[in-house]
Design a protein around this ligand. Structure first.
Ligand SMILES: [Zn+2]
Length: 215
């Protein structure tokens, strides 16, 4: 793909790998960083590529709200009719923004999307439901000849914790921590959107882009 020329005043971070900030070019599909070999998508926004036009706000466009925690405070992001707003919420009630950056859709220079493993889910899944499920399975095998009633209860418990482990592993490895870095002319934000399936496609649509497949 042709390297778009960087208009004056555009932050250099706009054309970089979201993992390591190594320079990179936009591409319609997922790409692998030349520096760190990790995967991401990088799409040019309306402020970088003249052929991308953010559509006028649709009167019925609903806002999409996200909230996620970072150590002690919460971050939020909101897709509004005219643009994306994101910032930090107060640490006491986690409701009032204490700082925020707004990027109107026509000012979006680039969008990078990448996915990390959600280690907390994977570790909790391996440490809690897996051993309980295995223990109950073992108890089922022992109980079958002597106490079939108890065996039936153990097998139900084993099944429940097996499903819980499956759910946590799926959330950790398949869904993961999905992140989008949106660079505007006058600021950049990073949004964690794992919990909102609609965020990704709506962000791209409102910027006048087709959403690339998730990396
Ligand atoms: Zn990289």
């Amino acid at each position: 793909m042709m390297q778009p020329s960087m208009p004056p005043g555009v932050p250099t971070v706009a054309l970089s790998c979201p993992w390591c900030n190594c320079p990179s070019s936009p591409s319609p599909a997922a790409q692998e960083c030349q520096g760190c070999r990790r995967k991401f998508t990088l799409s040019p926004g309306p402020a970088l590529d003249g052929s991308v036009i953010a559509p006028p706000p649709h009167p019925s466009a609903f806002p999409i709200d996200l909230k996620w925690s970072i150590v002690v405070t919460y971050k939020f992001a909101r897709l509004e009719q005219g643009g994306l707003t994101s910032g930090t919420l107060d640490p006491v009630i986690g409701m009032a923004p204490i700082d925020q950056v707004g990027i109107p859709y026509p000012d979006v220079v680039s969008i990078a999307v990448w996915r990390k493993l959600a280690w907390a889910d994977l570790i909790i899944g391996a440490l809690v439901p897996v051993p309980i499920a295995l223990l109950c399975l073992w108890a089922t095998i022992l109980a079958v000849p002597r106490a079939p009633g108890a065996a039936a209860i153990f097998v139900v418990i084993a099944l429940f914790f097996g499903l819980l482990a499956f759910y946590l592993f799926r959330r950790g490895a398949v869904v993961g921590r999905r992140q989008a870095r949106v660079v505007g002319r006058h600021g950049a934000v990073t949004v964690l959107f794992s919990r909102s399936p609609a965020f990704h496609s709506e962000l791209f649509r409102r910027c006048g882009l087709m959403a690339p497949p998730l990396p």
